[in-house]
Design a protein around this ligand. Sequence first.
Ligand SMILES: [Zn+2]
Length: 503
Amino acid sequence: MAVPKRVFVGSLATETNTFSPLRTDLQDFKDSFYAPPGAHPPTPTLCSAVFPVARERARQYDWQVIEGTATWAEPGGIVNGRTWEFLRDQMFEEVRAAMPLDIVLLGLHGAMVAENCLDCEGEIIEGVRRIVGPDAIIGVTFDPHSHLSAKRTDNADIIVVFKEFPHTDFVIAAESLVDLAHRTSTGEVRPRISVFDCRMIEVLPTSREPMRGFVDRMKALEGHDGILSVSAIHGFMASDVPDLGSRIVVVTDDDASAGDRLAERLGMELYSFRGRTRPEFLTPAAALDAAAKLTAGRGGAPVVIADVWDNPGGGVPGDSTIVLREMMARGVTDAALASIWDPIAVRTCISAGEGARLPLRFGGKMSAAAGEPIDAEVLVERVVRDAVQSFGTSVVPLGDSVTIRVAGISVVLNTVRSQIFSPDAFSNMGIDPLSRKILVVKSTNHFHDAFSRIASHILYAAVDGPYPSDPAKNEYRNLTRAIWPRVEDPHANDTGQERLHVR
Ligand SMILES: [Zn+2]
């Protein structure tokens, strides 16, 4: 009888906006998601889907799964050095204690930056490789808003990245990784990673063309001609690191040259999309004008306006008042907004209680670029302890939260930072989202999947704020490669060979 394969799973993930006024420490991980070994819930988080998937496949694959810690902090500012070293060393200890191992599966985000480390995931994968030795299989999932260093590709055997933005396929990516790790362990396949550096940074929503078709083509390539997996790393513009930018990752069955060629072909196709992937970004005034026209004199489904840059999912505080102030100035009513992060105001409203009316200062506290705080007479409409919203099958905490009514607009104030993913962020807070003409959400595109099911129209409003949304002008000090849009044609001096990632 075969000896079961020993498989370690771990997850350490956050997305670091190095320009954010926030800082990230252990408490931020504990506030968002922290599951000690064996305590991972049956539902996945964005980056920890390898846990439930490995559990589910364990019997079929004859795996003995050893679970490490899984933790995730909401995207924020630079991770403090002690927190990073603690979480990293804890994972290394867990891997060491689990030895001997045949397979290590890591659910990482890929854009974690600590004050003393610009490539946390590179250091994690390299460190795990040192512990498990050259023969164990290391498989990793990344969020597409990742960076990618040679340290990572040199030390991992398999890399699978979520293809969709919104990331509706994070469980599918974990399933793909788990299956490929199994097939590798049986000797059925020998994965080889090929990478192409697109030398660009762009917002790449896959809910619309040209990215929609690109993702469908990537998917269609998998499973044929020795192509095991195809991924696109979009990159994360709010992070000042050397490896910032888009990459194509192709995993072949022991055919690196075919993988390199495919990665280059797809990479140059992705590069050709630059400048035409975003939806139309309106000013707040233009978005509200458009929403007023669309909703004039009719009931029916709401118009959803995304405040795309004040997105806590991109690491900013999420306490901008700019769109709300514009709504109040115009006398907009019959509207709701989620959410403004303001633990102090939430505390005050909870003390006042549901039904209380009080003068309140809220929002606009964490940065000089996100509008002034709003001072207004508010009604506390709803108090919810430990409020949550859903993101696919994942449950996302908002912390203690309140709904206040200010000048006819219902506004959710929360204590655990999160972007808005689903209409239940409103309904769980006592707001029927279908009863409002306008819903404003703080999110770049993750809201799109769930809200497109209830919205009559979706509008994107871009507000200058604390998010470094212009990569041509952002003050990157660690980025040394030429990338578009900082350079008009970063591929101008390429020879074919230089285009390929050197391993
Ligand atoms: Zn992402």
